[in-house]
Design a binder for this molecule. Structure first.
Ligand SMILES: Cc1cc2nc3c(=O)[nH]c(=O)nc-3n(C[C@H](O)[C@H](O)[C@H](O)COP(=O)(O)OP(=O)(O)OC[C@H]3O[C@@H](n4cnc5c(N)ncnc54)[C@H](O)[C@@H]3O)c2cc1C
Ligand code: SF4
Length: 579
């Protein structure tokens, strides 16, 4: 680890004591005490907080039941519990204990993924599993990489600006204060950011490892601007969370508690404010009372727990199950008034589901790079993010270090057709390779969607079918992004480069829209047609930019909670506030 960064503004040194970080501790604690609720005895979980957690009865009518304790669901639960709401958050997976459940081992981390059966189709099917799903309290962020860029202002108006994609029902400015709040709560470390809406980060940038150094060196030689960060990894002690130890197992669940996930950034504060997090509870249906002559209202959810079917009554319901399970649940919850599923009067549920094209390029160097010796997320560039009017494609891509561990490295090499002796040779050569990944803004398309398949899961429920096909713009972006990464690695001195095509992330499927004809939820995340039913997760994004989505999902959840509590303070019940 050397940290010889020369690009952009000067990189401040790692801040082991947290002194001089720009995080205002008092301001963070006034809205979220999570980092200070973690234990100080060297263990990673506040067991007392979990044991003493408030517990509601299924028969209690709580103010809100949240489905899914991931990026969206955890922030929503924490914010509303703080506001005094009685909240139960159900998650299909376990309540993770990093000491007990996680291992710094690629193969041993499979329990972190959503591996229930699903069907994929279309002309460019997207494999589902480790790379785009999570289960259990903390959701996908438990094993996400940790990059936390903001979206650009242009992402909120791609249709009016570039003639592709969609316009959101609100602009970037609405989300800015929530981006800032969440960046301080995670907290995010990085250099001052020049792209999109230029901003600074609360924690100084981390020192970089071999892969990051290659990216910075190659980018400078190729005339591309790259910056260190932004990553949601503590650079210095933050509350009772320790500093990163740079062992590189971020995608296996950080056993150190240095990398942010809702399990440690929002759940502790939610528990301390009276929320119940109920793990191992798979929601099978949103219950809606739609008797003729009354306005349809959500009354709670049905869920499977400990082998039994339960019902949790609630005055409002928020679905936060991510881009495949959220549309599936809305479709599974059909009633006589909503025979095609909730929010689906205009056949919008499941549509416009997006993945980012994520080609990955590796370069070989004479020196040992040892890319595993640092967090995979280190350095990124958004120089190609915006539409370049001189090019035949619209929108753009970002470039980031990715640093695959050995199994993922073997998959990279095998995807190039190397097998047997050549594959073994590339494996032995692993320490000499550096790897970059691009995130290309593939466009939202109506036929890229989730529907219910005929196949049933172990509970007898139809599984999700996800059809995905690329358009010509997507293919052109992939080609251009690949060329830019190869140029960086060649400029850094790579003697050989090796590129594979992949996908990353999922968003959309229950998108925000101004009108029911164009989406599933309104600007307040309320499902069209059922005013006390909300969707607050990655499925609500109308466009995806070429930024990783987690920070935006959390910021949207903080904004949705803010709007809910403001309305409640005005004394309006959910049923009185339909749009
Ligand atoms: C390997 C990997 C790397 C990633 N890297 C990055 C990155 O570097 N930066 C970034 O910004 N993003 C990254 N992401 C994506 C990011 O983690 C997700 O976009 C984000 O977590 C989505 O938030 P969410 O709330 O929509 O869903 P999630 O966080 O996935 O939460 C959904 C939760 O709902 C639960 N659930 C689903 N259905 C039900 C049901 N029926 N009943 C009860 N519970 C249910 C699940 O168990 C899960 O806990 C990565 C993801 C993966 C998998
Ligand atoms: S490299 Fe840092 S953030 Fe990643 S798993 Fe290790 S300690 Fe956690």
């Amino acid at each position: 680890m050397t940290g010889c960064v020369e690009v952009g503004d000067p990189v401040r040194p790692a801040n082991v004591l947290g002194i001089g970080t720009r995080t205002d501790e008092r301001a963070v604690r006034s809205r979220n005490d999570s980092a200070w609720l973690l234990p100080t005895d060297g263990s990673r979980t506040n067991h007392r907080l979990r044991e003493d957690m408030r517990r509601f009865d299924d028969e209690d009518e709580v103010d809100l039941v949240v489905v899914g304790a991931g990026a969206g669901g955890s922030v929503l639960t924490q914010r509303l519990a703080r506001a005094g709401w009685r909240v139960v958050c159900l998650d299909a997976g376990p309540f993770w204990d990093p000491d007990r459940d996680w291992v710094s081992d690629e193969r041993g981390s499979h329990t972190l993924y959503w591996t229930e059966p699903r069907q994929i189709g279309g002309s460019d099917p997207v494999p589902l599993g480790s790379n785009n799903s999570g289960r259990g309290v903390g959701g996908s962020m438990v094993h996400y990489a940790g990059y936390t860029p903001r979206f650009h202002p242009s992402d909120f108006r791609t249709m009016s600006q570039d003639g592709v994609g969609a316009d959101w029902p609100f602009g970037y400015e609405e989300l800015r204060p929530f981006y800032e709040a969440i960046e301080h709560e995670l907290p995010v470390a990085g250099q001052d950011w020049p792209w999109g809406d230029p901003h600074t980060y609360p924690h100084h940038p981390h020192p970089v490892g071999g892969n990051g150094e290659i990216f910075l060196r190659g980018a400078k030689a190729a005339g591309i601007e790259a910056r260190v960060g932004p990553v949601a990894i503590a650079n210095g002690r933050f509350g009772h969370r320790p500093h990163c130890i740079y062992r590189g197992f971020c995608l296996q669940g950080c056993k150190v508690n240095a990398k942010a996930s809702p399990l440690i950034t929002h759940v502790p504060d939610a528990l301390a404010h009276g929320a119940e997090i109920r793990p191992d509870s798979h929601v099978t249906r949103v219950l809606v009372d739609d008797r003729t002559g009354t306005d349809p209202v959500a009354t709670g959810v049905e869920y499977l727990g400990a082998g039994r079917l339960h019902r949790q009554r609630a005055r409002a319901v928020a679905v936060c199950g991510y881009s495949i399970e959220t549309p599936r649940l809305l479709l599974l919850s059909a009633t006589s008034r909503f025979p095609r599923g909730l929010g689906n009067d205009h056949d919008q549920v499941g549509r416009y589901l997006m993945v980012q094209g994520a080609p990955q390029t590796a370069g070989r160097f004479e020196d040992e790079i040892r890319m595993y010796k640092a967090p995979p997320p280190e350095v990124s560039s958004e120089q190609f993010y915006e539409t370049d009017p001189t090019k035949p494609y619209r929108r753009g891509w970002s470039i980031q270090t990715v640093s695959p561990l050995p199994i993922t490295w073997a998959e990279h090499v095998a995807a190039q057709g190397h097998w047997g002796a050549p594959l073994r040779e590339y494996m032995r050569d692993y320490v000499h390779w550096a790897t970059l990944g691009a995130l290309c803004e593939y466009l939202p398309q109506p036929d890229n969607r989730v529907t219910l398949a005929d196949e049933k899961d172990r509970h007898g429920l139809p599984v999700a079918h996800f059809a995905y096909s690329q358009c010509e713009n997507d293919r052109l972006l992939t080609k251009a992004a690949t060329a830019s990464m190869e140029a960086v690695l060649r400029a850094a001195g790579a003697s050989e480069v090796m590129t594979i095509d992949r996908y990353a992330h999922l968003v959309g499927g229950a998108r925000l829209a101004a009108r029911a004809e164009d989406g599933v939820v309104d600007a307040d995340h309320r499902v069209f047609g059922v005013p006390n039913l909300y969707v607050v997760d990655g499925s609500t994004l109308p466009t995806q930019g070429s930024a990783n989505p987690a920070l935006t999902v959390m910021a949207l959840a903080a904004r949705a909670a803010d709007r809910l509590t403001r309305r409640a303070r005005r004394g309006l019940t959910e049923h009185q506030t339909r749009s």
